[in-house]
Design a binder for this molecule. Structure first.
Ligand code: GDP
Ligand code: CA
Length: 318
């Protein structure tokens, strides 16, 4: 096998774990590109914050807090305490001091006139990540959650309310007028393999697929498109993605998520779908939907199991 181009559609934490494993599974000449969700992004206290890009960057750089599961290792929160004393920002949304350094850098570059994709390229060049990160779009597309009490930014619903307020629907604000960032469509069209990471289907992969042009690129790429279930044995592995799935009428099961994405041969996005061994019984329903099902271990417990999943995803796409 010569040099391979692999493009991954990804959200934050689940996507980051997968990308770290995939990086260990490929050889040095292979090229891995992550097309990253921007729906969680926001302006807060004058700073542009891009949680999914940062989760991936910190994880691939080995700078993430493994214990907490997000943010920088060795973090302190002095700046956030000051902001709280001034009564600005969101008291329930703490930004670490090191993390704020990233946001200051990004905001500086954006104010200089760089698009987010350029700012991301500059910021990520600090570390040898082994994966090229491209925001799915340079435009501001932010996920809002529609509730009985009105709409709120996804971060408020997720972090402040812990997804406990019933979501009626999700709105990707600004998406209709958005365009894919430079490099995104080429990364899909020229890929040998496209992988949909085990990320939240509604608020991580959903906003990427809603950007005009991306579904079309997936439909026409000669690469095979293989996804990995974020659902194992009828439950989300980490997080609260079940609350998002319920809102769009998709049950929390490996086969329901596959059917939601749909078969590429029938107007959807997937050729193949990886499910966990505990979901082997779901394979028939997935195949009936026109998607090739593969049963492999999907738990990314450590570096070895994550790399094994990376290898399995590549094998499924060949
Ligand atoms: P977020 O943006 O930080 O919410 O992260 P993602 O959207 O990329 O990923 C969240 C999803 O990752 C959740 O729905 C989890 O079920 C899934 N996930 C987390 N860890 C694992 C794992 O070890 N295996 C699999 N298959 N899915 C996982
Ligand atoms: Ca996210």
């Amino acid at each position: 096998m010569g040099r391979m181009k692999i493009t991954v559609l990804s959200g934050g934490v689940g996507g980051a774990r997968f990308l770290r494993g995939l990086r260990d599974a490929v050889t040095a000449d292979d090229e891995v590109t992550a097309v990253v969700n921007v729906g969680d992004d926001m302006w807060l206290t004058g700073l542009r914050i891009t949680p999914d890009l940062d989760s991936i960057m910190y994880t691939l750089a080995g700078e993430n807090d493994e214990e907490r599961g997000w943010g920088r290792v060795g973090e302190s929160e002095r700046v956030s305490a000051e902001l709280r004393a001034y009564g600005v920002g969101w008291p329930w949304f703490t930004l670490g001091d090191l993390d704020i350094g990233t946001h200051l850098t990004r905001t500086h570059l954006l104010r200089e006139g760089l698009p987010l994709s350029e700012a991301t390229a500059r910021i990520t060049s600090r570390w040898p990540l082994g994966v090229r990160l491209i925001p799915a779009t340079d435009d501001e597309v932010e996920t809002h959650v529609i509730t009985d009490g009105g709409p709120m930014h996804f971060q408020e619903w997720w972090t402040r309310h812990r997804a406990s307020i019933p979501a009626l629907s999700f709105e990707y604000r600004g998406v209709a007028a958005s365009t894919p960032a430079p490099g995104v469509l080429d990364a899909i069209a020229e890929a040998d393999v496209v992988i949909v990471a085990p990320s939240n289907p509604v608020v991580s992969i959903g906003p990427i697929l809603a950007i005009p042009g991306i579904r079309e690129a997936l439909a026409s790429t000669p690469a095979r498109v293989v996804g990995i279930s974020p659902i194992i044995a009828g439950a989300v592995v980490r997080g609260m993605a079940d609350a998002c799935l319920a809102a769009i009428g998709v049950s929390t099961s490996a086969d329901a998520v596959a059917v939601h994405y749909g078969a590429r041969s029938r107007g959807g996005v997937l050729d193949g779908w990886l499910v966990d061994e505990s979901d082997a019984a779901a394979a028939a329903a997935i195949e009936a939907a026109g998607i090739r099902a593969q049963v492999v271990p999907l738990w990314m417990r450590d570096a070895e199991s994550s790399a094994a999943l990376g290898r399995d995803a590549l094998a499924a796409a060949r």
